[in-house]
Design a protein around this ligand. Structure first.
Ligand code: TYC
Length: 121
C-alpha cells in the first residue's frame, strides 16, 4: 500500500520588501533573499583545579573528545597553565551530553574536575 500526498509542496516564500518610491516616482519592489542562520555552536571547556590528576584529565579528553594521547596531553597542559581550555565544539545537545558525561565520570572517580559549555562567539 502507498499513500499519495494531497497537497503540492509549497515553495518557500521570499518576503518582498515594502514598496519604495524612487526619484521618478516609479514604485520599486525589491526582493530580499531569505537567509537561514547556521545553528549556534557550543564549545565544551574544562577548568583547572589543584586536585584532579593530570593523567585523569588526559584520559577524559581522549575518551570523550576523541583526541589522541599527544593532543589530549597538550590540551590538559594548556588548561593547567591557563586555567581553562576548549576540548571540542559541538551542537547544543551534543555539547550538553559531553558536559554530563565528563561531570559524571569525574564524580564517579572522586575528582572535582569542572566541565561546562558556552556558545561560540
Ligand atoms: N592542575 C591539575 C594538577 O596539577 C591538573 C589539571 C589539569 C586539573 C587540567 C584539571 O582541567 C584540569 N594535578
Amino acid at each position: 500500500m502507498f499513500f499519495m500526498a494531497t497537497q503540492k509542496p509549497k515553495k518557500p516564500e521570499i518576503p518582498a520588501a515594502p514598496p519604495s518610491v524612487g526619484n521618478d516616482d516609479a514604485v520599486v519592489l525589491e526582493r530580499r533573499t531569505q537567509r537561514t542562520q547556521p545553528p549556534q555552536m557550543y564549545q565544551v571547556v574544562l577548568l583547572n583545579d589543584d586536585f584532579t590528576p593530570m593523567e585523569f584529565v588526559v584520559h577524559v579528553i581522549q575518551e570523550f573528545f576523541n583526541k589522541d594521547r599527544e593532543m589530549a596531553t597538550q590540551i590538559m597542559l594548556k588548561i593547567h597553565l591557563e586555567g581553562k581550555g576548549i576540548c571540542g565544539v559541538y551542537s547544543r545537545d551534543v555539547a550538553s551530553t559531553k558536559v554530563d558525561q565528563v561531570s559524571q565520570a569525574a564524580r564517579n572517580a572522586g575528582h572535582p574536575l569542572q566541565c561546562l559549555s558556552e556558545p561560540v562567539e
